[in-house]
Design a binder for this molecule. Structure first.
Ligand SMILES: [Fe+2]
Ligand SMILES: [Fe+2]
Length: 368
């Protein structure tokens, strides 16, 4: 008999990965981390559910060749066993960490773990409910990856005496319903922006290793390659139905681009100590990530946001300041801050987009 698998990094299916996570949930629990992960605000990661039957009906034959290549690569599983601590994992001095940095970094880890796990539960549910072999296979593979990612972040949190209870979240966190097309737009973007975020930090720390204050950043390269593949899968899914990226839907694409970029900007500006420790200016970082993401999304979206437009940066800043003022405000002050935020979003959304023709073949390779 084989020895039982002990680590989420070695799990070959999402079910295996989650069984390991659940066993760990039972051994160790941390209310603070799980409670933080339970929050459902505009800025915290949510869990999603959708019309799984509609998604199961997707026919990928029009993108068959690209599809099979992508699935083959995911089945080969180059990152199996990667997402666990090894000799490259340096000792972390949690006690000696500056309190503000520690608070923001823990918040970053919990929020990232929740986001990874959000992908895991959605993908796993699609796999469980579907009958279409192409779809269920893809979602099984993506759920496998996300379970590993979430498990690895929990390893890092464990050293700080924290753990996001994944079993509890699955059962108790609120699920938001999104129609399949909104799932494609939102998830595709979050995978691609996830890639852009991780690779930008990885390359920055490669050039400036003195800023690497925690070992988890060493794992970001392989990590972002997983997210890149997931994004490729969603690009192919969208390619099967040209309606998804034309006509009225272009306004939805613009909406999701604006909302995802703005959310990232606001969230990152809530963590000044974290970015200072990394030696990263959050405005530079945002611009860098938006530029990369925009370039990537040209593979499938007929528009990109004009982030060089004079209204862009100014209204991002306004939106972010209004958000800061909203926290803790009550009555008329809160209302004013909400109106300011809403208006800034309108001014961002109405910036004319850049239009371009999309390529015949969707597939890209990670080049950053
Ligand atoms: Fe992930
Ligand atoms: Fe992913």
């Amino acid at each position: 008999m084989n020895a039982p698998i002990k680590h989420t990094a070695d799990a070959t299916t999402v079910e295996e990965g989650l069984a390991i996570a659940e066993a760990q949930d039972k051994k160790f629990n941390s209310e603070m981390a799980t409670e933080t992960a339970m929050a459902n605000t505009l800025l915290t990661p949510r869990f999603y559910t959708t019309d799984f039957e509609e998604m199961d009906a997707i026919d990928v034959s029009s993108v068959r060749e690209d599809w099979d290549n992508l699935i083959d690569q995911m089945v080969r599983d180059p990152n199996k066993g990667h997402f666990k601590k090894n000799e490259d994992w340096d000792q972390v001095d949690w006690e000696g960490m500056e309190p503000e940095l520690k608070k923001e970094f823990i918040d970053f880890l919990i929020s990232s773990c929740t986001a990874e796990f959000s992908g895991c539960v959605l993908y796993k549910e699609m796999k469980r409910r579907g009958n279409n072999k192409d779809i269920t296979q893809l979602f099984q593979l993506m759920a496998r990856d996300e379970a590993r990612h979430a498990g690895f972040i929990n390893d890092a949190l464990r050293e700080a005496g924290l753990r996001v209870n994944l079993g509890f979240l699955t059962q108790k966190k609120k699920y938001t319903y999104f129609r399949p097309k909104f799932i494609y737009y939102a998830t595709y973007l979050s995978e691609k922006i996830g890639y852009a975020r991780y690779i930008t930090i990885f390359r920055h720390l490669e050039a400036n290793p003195e800023y690497r204050f925690h070992p988890i950043f060493k794992w970001f390269e392989e990590w972002c390659n997983d997210e890149f593949s997931h994004g490729e899968a969603f690009a192919l899914l969208m390619k099967t139905d040209p309606k998804l990226t034309s006509g009225i839907n272009v306004y939805w694409i613009k909406f999701f681009l604006t909302a995802v970029y703005a959310t990232m900007y606001i969230r990152d500006h809530q963590r000044p100590a974290f970015h200072k420790a990394l030696g990263v200016d959050p405005d530079w970082y945002a611009h860098e990530v938006f530029t990369k993401t925009s370039k990537l999304t040209e593979q499938i979206y007929p528009i990109t946001l004009d982030i060089e437009h004079p209204r862009w940066q100014r209204n991002l800043e306004r939106l972010q300041k209004a958000n800061v003022d909203m926290v803790g405000a009550t009555g008329i002050n809160k209302l004013i801050a909400q109106v300011r935020a809403g208006w800034a979003f309108v001014l961002l959304y109405t910036i004319p987009t850049k239009k371009h023709a999309t390529p015949k073949s969707v597939r890209l390779e990670p080049v950053y």
